[in-house]
Each structure stands twice: as C-alpha cells, then as structure tokens.
Design a protein around this ligand. Structure first.
Ligand SMILES: *Cc1c(COP(=O)(O)O)cnc(C)c1O
Length: 425
C-alpha cells in the first residue's frame, strides 16, 4: 500500500508474489489515468478512501451492530462504524443510518425484506425509462419475488410520468413505492412521489445511488425527511468505496437493521465502512460542494456541445451529472458507438433510450456522465473538447486512424489532470 509513513514488511510485495494480478492492476491504473471516463456511475475515490478500503479491517468479523456484536474484539470496529453512521447522518440530516449493505442492490433488497413479503405488490420505474433493475424489473428477483408494477416516462418529453405513477398506484396499491433512477437526466420531484405514496399508504423509498454526492452538496433536492427510506450506493457521485447505505426515519430503524442483518447479510465489510466514513468526511467540505456544482456545470457544457452538433439528448439536456444520447438520427447503434469511443480513449456505456425499438444489449443510445472527469479537475473547456471528440468518433467510427489520433489527444489532455487515488504515471 502506498501510505505516507514508511512501512517495513516481512513479506514480499504483490508484484513478486503474484506478478500476473499485479500487472493487470497496473494496466488498469494506466487505463484509468489515460482515458476520459464518462460512465456516470463511475468515479475516482481519493487515496484516503482507497487506503481505508485496502486495510486490515478486511480481516475482521463483526456480525451485529456497534456494541451488540456476535464476535469479540470490536473496539476499533465499533468506533469506526459509529463514526461512519454519525458522519453520514449529519451530512444528509438523516435520523438513522445503516452502512452495512454490501452495495446498492443489496441495500434495495433489504428494503423489500423490511417492508414486503413475497407476492406483495411493489412499484418502481421501469428499466428502459431509466429505472434500476432492483426497482422491480422482470429479470431481477425484485420483479419475480414480488408483483411489480412499473411506471415510466412520457412519450412526448421523456420526463417521469407522475400521472401514470399516481394512477397505477391507486389501481394496484403497492406496499413499497420506489423512486430514483439510474439513467434519468432531470431533477426528481420527491414531493410528488411523497403525495402518491400517502394517497395509497405505501412506504416511499428514494434510491439516490447516482445522485447522493449531488444531494449531499445541495445540488439536487434531498429526499431525506420526505421519503420513509433513502438508499444509496457509496461509489458513484458520493466518491466513496464500493458499498451501499440506507437512511431512514427513526420509526423504521429496527425494521431496516433487522433486514440487513441477520435478514440478508452476515458480517459487514469493515474496510468499506471505514472508507465510507472517510468519504463522508470529504463530502462535508466546501471543496466537495464546489466539486458537485462543477459536475453539473460540466454536464451542461457537454450537453450544449452535443446539442450544437446535432445530437439528440433524451429530454433535450441535463440538470444533473448525466445525459442519455439517442444516436438514431446519426445512424450508429449505441454499442457500436460505445466500442469506437473506447478505442479512442473515451469510455461510456451503451444505454436504452425511452421507447427504444432496439434490444437492451444493443440499444439506440449511450449514457454519458461527468463525475469522474470533474474529480480530475477538468472544466467546461475540457467538456466541450470531449463533445467535439465524441462527434468525430461517432462520425468516423470505422476509421481506425481517426480513433488512434483521438486516443493520443485524449491521453495528452489526461496527463494534465492527475486523478485522485492514482499514482502519478
Ligand atoms: C447503481 C445503482 C444501484 C445498484 O448499485 P450496485 O452497487 O451496482 O448494486 C441501485 N439503484 C440505482 C438507482 C443505481 O443507479
């Protein structure tokens, strides 16, 4: 580990004990350093977060919760988990926090376990409209264990169809109503969902996996205090380790804690808990607030550049950290574009667009986000440059010479923006 204090080891380093894995990690480091990473769910965690996540805390078993454990020797772990929960609670203004979910999907499943039984009716946004698999989509167990009713977006403007959600809720009376998305470029009206949930007596869950960094910084309205339960990943705009967390009102504390452990999981990942505490401390700084504002500024600049170049953006643009680009008018399938972009050093994911006539594995669009480039200190000038490169790649997606030239230009630009958590190459 790359720590500041000099450490003397009695064992040889990974480079010697497992050169194969070591070389692959080094190559991944170079890939993350030399490319423009635009997958909106990805980021660069800080060195501090990575140090905590790669620490000996991984060696410890801690089933239970602070001061109520099934294993001995918890002095450090209890203090760490308490600190993580306290920092997250203060940051978001939450009454209760659970940082033990292994990731975003298990956090959501814990909510189902807390408030529903197999066969019950639940409701969430459908995947092709921008919802997450775990909000009741058919291939997810959340769609097969429960009777999942799904709302979507409006056909004319691709904004969330709150009227449809209300009508479906009244007709099916779900026990749980999920809001929040994985590919939705606009502000989510949590108050509207609150009133729908109240009309039918549903537990309202806001899944802020993508936007929790923006919410922490006040750049997106917060559902904390409005929703009964708020779930999130910790590795997207929040810029922490891979993990999950659940915030809820005091009244739901017992149900949520029991659902996570022993309902769904065994021992918490203590190294992740510590890294979440580190990330929550970082997110409470004025620098992080400025960071979150710049994510949105950069996304708007990139969206403007793409619009000016004749790209069709779902909903016409963005209010947050991401945009979905429908490439139908460019005559290039999303997967083809994404693969060409990757060869040019620009990493995105292909994505369905609302009412997509193509398949999820070979959809019509790409999804682009600015959290990672903003973590490197790139600004609106770089965002516009990236927009021009995207246009060039999509236009010349079969021309390897163009892709190679752009990859070199991308690498040169990246060399001027050291990435958090990565050694300087
Ligand atoms: C990413 C995401 C998740 C799942 O997180 P994982 O850590 O990949 O399990 C859940 N909900 C939403 C809205 C997401 O965007």
């Amino acid at each position: 580990m790359n720590t500041a204090k000099q450490i003397t080891w009695h064992e040889p380093p990974l480079a010697e004990t497992d050169p194969e894995i070591f070389a692959l990690i080094e190559r991944e480091e170079a890939y993350q350093r030399d490319t423009v990473r635009l997958i909106p769910s990805e980021n660069y965690a800080s060195r501090g977060v990575l140090e905590a996540a790669g620490s000996v805390l991984s060696n410890k078993y801690s089933e239970g919760y602070p001061f109520k454990r099934y294993y001995e020797g918890q002095a450090q772990i209890d203090a760490i988990e308490e600190l993580a929960c306290k920092r997250v609670a203060e940051l978001f203004g939450a009454e209760h926090v659970n940082v033990q979910p292994y990731s975003g999907s298990p956090a959501n499943f814990a909510v189902y376990a807390a408030f529903a039984s197999p066969g019950d009716t639940v409701m969430g946004m459908m995947l092709p409209a921008g919802g997450h698999l775990t909000h009741g989509w058919g291939v997810s167990v959340t769609g097969s264990f429960f009777k999942a009713v799904q709302y979507g977006v409006r056909e004319n403007d691709h904004l969330i169809d709150y009227d449809q959600a209300r009508n479906l809720a009244k007709e099916h009376r779900p026990k749980i109503l999920f809001c929040g998305a994985t590919a939705y470029p606009r502000i989510i009206d949590f108050q509207a969902f609150r009133s729908i949930a109240d009309e039918v007596g549903a537990i309202l869950v806001a899944d802020i996996a993508h936007i929790s960094g923006l919410v922490a910084a006040g750049v997106h309205p917060s559902p904390v205090g409005l929703a009964d339960v708020v779930t999130s990943t910790t590795h997207k705009t929040f810029r922490g380790p891979r993990g999950g967390m659940i915030m809820c009102k005091k009244a739901h504390r017992k149900a949520i804690n029991k659902a996570v452990f022993p309902g769904l999981q065994g021992g918490p990942h203590n190294q992740t808990t510590a890294a979440i505490a580190v990330a929550a401390r970082e997110a409470a700084t004025p620098e992080f607030k400025a960071y979150a504002q710049k994510i949105v500024e950069n996304a708007k600049a990139l969206a403007e550049e793409l619009n000016a170049r004749g790209f069709r953006l779902v909903t016409g643009g963005t209010d947050n950290h991401l945009m979905v680009v429908d490439l139908t008018n460019k005559g290039v399938p999303g997967k083809t574009a994404a693969k060409a972009l990757d060869r040019a050093g620009i990493v995105v994911n292909s994505n369905t667009v609302p009412f997509d006539p193509r398949t999820p594995f070979d959809p019509s669009g790409i999804r682009i986000g600015t959290p990672a480039i903003t973590s490197r200190g790139m600004g609106m000038g770089e965002a516009k440059r990236i927009g021009a490169w995207i246009d060039d790649v999509v236009t010349h997606h079969e021309d390897e010479a163009v892709l190679t030239r752009i990859a070199a230009e991308v690498k040169e630009m990246c060399s001027q923006f050291p990435a958090p958590g990565l050694p300087i190459g």
